[in-house]
Design a protein around this ligand. Structure first.
Ligand code: GDP
Ligand code: IMO
Ligand code: MG
Length: 440
């Protein structure tokens, strides 16, 4: 029995979905523990693309149980769409209930007024906007911490849910009115509450205490794969605050977001692109504002899987990556999108920052300072016209690609356990197996 955590080591979209799908074949459970449908995780299997926002990315693997932990914030409309789709494809089964899919009774709900509030706030924020996904993530976590949130367990008592939801709709309506946003009529509120209760019926067979379920699964010898959303630099505590999401996305969040103790975690793999991207506002020291940035965006298909927004692109920031290794206690790195660097003769990696004559070796706390940083680059040979695609082992890769990987390992101090050289599940080279804690 082994429990492995996958987290984003950058600003999200590192390829977590692809790697989780790949690793899921050796785990009986795959668990989301934070975030919500701000996430967009892409899986490509046999040429077919699936994008998941809430359903854990192991779901395409037969026999794997998908679990949504208490730390996730759930938009029922989105969850039910994904659940229905998975049921139609025979991937989860209401008759077998929590053996195939489980959703925490303690997870908080994103009722429609919360996404409307998120968008209304962003639209009046002007230069101060965060560039959120508009999915109500921030307001949902505010309600949770403010102890006024509605949870999955509340859906099981319709009359009580109706009263609580009506009260919250009306309170948020006053905030929406202040922001000049669209408010709800009484009839709309009742119809939306009815709709939530209808949606709840679809997930009813899957609702349970997932902390208990996972404890029992581990006790009976099952493996567990935890799937992070977003990335370390978007973590509300350790990211580029305030340009972050509203949850903790580091590995430690597994404990609070899935109700699993720290002694139950055996390995933590950070997913990292061979370069860097970011969606939304906020500092990004290695961002490329030139044609090379555009080239990476085009070659890497760097458009958001949730909002379709173009992703900002830049060189690999090893200083930020080393901070991620530290904050997550990473035991291995999965390096993705190496193929996007095919064709380049020279690559750069950022090894320090300069700020007003001072050299920094870790990201600063203040995002305004981070925005002023000048990256110190080290130049590394690219592999030009050679390609990283189509190789079966690390040793067969172009020499310059091998040196690039070795330089990253050396700088951040942990080994690369997986290399991804294309979007498909099969376009992957495994160097060691995190479930075995050793060689693949
Ligand atoms: P996630 O949010 O971390 O799961 O990542 P996304 O799915 O939002 O974005 C990653 C994108 O890169 C998706 O379109 C993947 O299909 C794609 N992808 C993942 N790994 C690779 C890779 O090694 N090479 C290429 N070219 N694309 C990849
Ligand atoms: P995955 O799991 C990339 C970004 C948004 C915005 C900030 C806050 O696919 O890697 P929010 O809606 O969470 O309040 O937005 O966080 N963001 C992501 N960026 N990948 C994600 O998820 C993201 N989820 C949120 O763009 O800058
Ligand atoms: Mg994504």
């Amino acid at each position: 029995m082994s429990s492995v955590v996958i987290v984003g080591a950058q600003w999200g979209d590192e390829g977590k979905g692809k790697v989780v799908d790949r690793y899921a074949a050796r785990s009986q459970n795959v668990v989301r523990f934070q975030g919500g449908n701000n996430a967009g995780h892409t899986l490509v299997v046999g040429g077919e693309t699936t994008v998941l926002h809430l359903m854990p990315s192991g779901v395409l693997n037969p026999g794997v149980r998908s679990v949504i932990g208490n730390g996730v914030v759930i938009d029922l409309e989105v969850l039910v769409r994904e659940v229905r789709n998975c049921m139609e494809r025979g991937l989860i089964d209401a008759a077998r209930g929590t053996k195939t899919f489980a959703v925490s009774d303690r997870a908080h709900l994103i009722l429609p007024y919360l996404s409307r509030l998120d968008r209304a706030r962003e639209s009046v924020a002007g230069a101060g906007k965060i560039g959120t996904t508009g999915r109500g993530i921030g307001p949902a976590y505010e309600d949770k911490v403010g102890r006024r949130g509605l949870r999955v367990c509340d859906l099981l008592d319709p009359q009580r849910f109706r009263d609580l939801a009506r009260h919250r709709f009306e309170a948020v309506d006053r905030l929406l009115a202040d922001l000049g946003g669209q408010t709800y009529t009484g009839d709309e509120i009742e119809a939306l509450i009815d709709h939530q209760l209808e949606l709840a019926e679809v997930i009813r067979p899957f609702i349970c205490d997932t902390s208990k379920l996972l404890f029992e699964a581990r006790s009976s010898g099952e493996n567990i794969l935890f799937e992070g959303a977003q990335g370390t630099l978007l973590d509300v505590d350790l990211g580029t605050y305030p340009y972050v999401t509203s949850s903790n996305c580091i590995a430690g969040a597994v404990c609070t977001g899935a109700g699993v103790g720290p002694t139950q975690i055996d390995g933590v793999v950070g997913i990292c692109k061979a370069y860097t991207t970011r969606v939304g506002e906020g500092p990004f020291p290695t961002e490329l504002h030139d044609s090379l940035g555009e080239e990476l965006r085009a070659k890497g298909g760097e458009f958001g899987a949730t909002t379709g927004r173009p992703r900002r692109c830049g060189w690999l920031d090893l200083v930020a990556l080393r901070a991620s290794v530290r904050a997550n206690g990473l035991t291995g790195l999965a390096l993705t999108k190496m193929d996007v660097l095919d064709g380049l003769d020279e690559l750069k990696v950022c090894t320090a920052y300069r700020h007003h004559g001072e050299t920094l070796h870790a990201p600063p706390a203040r995002s305004d300072v981070m925005a002023e940083l000048e990256p110190v680059y080290e130049s590394v040979d690219g592999w030009g016209s050679q390609t990283v695609r189509g190789h079966n082992s690390f040793d067969q890769m172009p020499q310059a690609a091998q040196r690039y990987v070795r330089r990253i390992e050396e700088f951040v101090g942990i080994p690369v356990c997986l290399l991804s050289v294309g979007p498909d599940r099969e376009e992957t080279m495994e160097i060691s197996d995190p479930f075995l804690g050793g060689s693949a």
